[in-house]
Design a protein around this ligand. Structure first.
Ligand code: NDP
Ligand code: HSE
Length: 435
């Protein structure tokens, strides 16, 4: 064994994910070494606070509070960027890539915002950039799109891509708790981002959707060209309606490409999904992705979307691929073919909608509301009135026939200005995915 080539790995960021990677490589080193024919050395790790207690044992001599020193250490061939964010993480990534190293990342915000620059730095300097853990935690969806499904064009990809939000919604459904209470737990379990608003406001899902859209279609879709909404306004009233009506509420990313016109649309929003769909039954921290290919048909992927071990599994799979490549001379890998699909403006995205609002419980209110929906040509499919928490008020739930974002947003804006509407109406999407 001592004659094996040595591959030195540096871990920048020894938090939730970094410690998972350290733990599992340490535990299963012999398996990886015999599979790869190389000796894996966890050479150095960096953190922000050297005094913080860690769940893995790392000797002092291997620890640093300078991620750049780890990333540029000449003895290290593979750098794992597990810091997060788009500042220090970007500097460290580019510095390592410019030295021809391979960088492995779980950082979806960075890939989404700086992907082209980072990929170019890898290409131009003979290294590689791997990011399997950046989308859907432990599910190997990037490999599936890049390799297993390469024969296909993708009309629709939709998925639950944020473990924190799915965990929160599931617990709201099962235990009737409110979202801030459950968010605390999700943080303690290591699911949430350092800035948790990225999770609950939908931005983390949008970053992941952008990466999937690029891998599937070769087009970078910036988050400003998407509809992005989070889960912070969901209440028990919405969950109850969904349950009674045969739906589950999921924060869904939907990536649609019209295979005739080529137009690409991406949205992220809490959505009523029929219980008959597999993804409606994907709960807790699990993620699920449905990929419809024109050759294969629909394929569905389910697995833990966040947390130390699931994410470490994806990072280690990249490390193993990177070592196998290194040992074979680090040849370049095929990249997605760049293709600029025209982007569908967010306001043109079509669908059916759910609107919930509290109104004063007085005569003529329904007429006022229906005059607004009529003005914007939004056709009501169903209407329910339920008791509201407030005195002399009722809670109205409307569902609509097919409309579009522009019309429904104008409707919501107008409704919220009516004196009889108490507070901002809540808007959800309704998906059938039967077409
Ligand atoms: N947690 C999860 O389930 C998943 C996370 N990811 C992604 O993985 C990455 C890491 O996430 P996670 O492990 O949860 O994050 P943590 O906050 O747990 O860990 C971040 C690590 O980076 C260090 N660090 C943070 N800022 C700096 C800085 N400015 N300079 C030097 N070191 C710094 C921290 O040091 P210290 O420990 O001293 O504070 C810590 O060791 C992120 O990109 C995240 O989006 C992806 C999939 C799942
Ligand atoms: N905060 C993210 C981590 C995994 O990317 C989530 O909850 O899905």
């Amino acid at each position: 064994m001592s004659d094996l080539p040595v591959v030195n790995i540096g871990i920048c960021g020894l938090g939730t994910v970094g410690q998972g990677v350290w733990k599992h490589i340490t535990r299963s080193r012999a398996k990886f070494e015999s599979r790869l024919g190389a000796k894996l050395v966890l050479k150095r790790a960096s953190v922000r606070n050297l005094a913080k207690k860690r769940s893995v044992r790392v000797s002092k001599s291997r620890m640093s509070d300078d991620p750049m020193a780890v990333a540029t250490d000449p003895s290290i061939q593979i750098v794992c960027e597990l810091i997060g964010g788009t500042t220090v993480a970007k500097e460290v990534t580019l510095a390592a890539l410019k030295l021809g190293k391979t960088v492995i990342s779980a950082n979806k915000a960075l890939v989404c915002e700086c992907g082209p620059e980072i990929f170019a730095a890898a290409r131009e300097n003979g290294g590689h950039y791997f990011f399997e853990a950046s989308v859907a935690g432990g599910i190997p969806i990037i490999k599936a799109l890049r390799e297993g499904l390469v024969a296909n064009r993708f009309g629709r990809i939709y998925g639950i891509l944020n473990g924190t939000c799915n965990y929160i919604i599931t617990r709201m459904e099962r235990e009737g708790l409110s979202y801030p209470v459950i968010l605390k737990e999700a943080k303690a379990l290591g699911y949430a981002e350092a800035d948790e608003s990225l999770d609950v406001e939908g931005w983390d899902t949008a970053h992941k959707a952008s990466i999937l859209a690029y891998l599937a279609h070769g087009t970078w879709v910036p988050t400003k060209s998407m509809v992005v909404e989070g889960i912070t306004k969901l209440s028990q009233a919405d969950i109850q309606f969904a349950e009674e009506s045969g739906y589950a509420i999921k924060l869904l990313a939907v990536i649609t490409r019209d295979l005739d016109s080529d137009e690409l649309a991406v949205s992220v929003a809490p959505t009523l999904l029929p219980r008959t769909k597999v993804l409606a039954n994907v709960n807790e921290v699990y993620n699920g992705i449905s990929v419809a290919g024109d050759v294969v048909g629909e394929t569905v992927y389910i697995g833990r979307g966040a947390g130390q071990d699931a994410t470490a599994s994806a990072v280690i799979s990249d490390i193993v691929d990177a070592i196998a490549l290194l040992l074979r001379g680090n040849a370049p890998l095929p990249e997605p073919v760049e293709h600029q699909c025209p982007l569908c403006l967010p306001e043109r995205i079509e669908g059916e909608y759910y609107l919930r609002m509290d109104v004063s419980d007085t005569p003529g209110v329904l007429a006022k509301i229906s005059s607004v929906t009529a003005k914007y040509k939004v056709s009501i499919a169903s209407l329910q009135q339920r008791p509201a928490d407030k005195k002399d008020a009722a809670s109205l739930i409307l569902t609509t026939h097919r409309s579009n974002e522009k019309a429904i947003r104008a409707t919501v804006k107008h409704l919220s200005r009516l004196a009889c509407v108490l507070g901002e109406p809540l808007l959800l999407r309704i998906a059938s995915f039967d077409d």
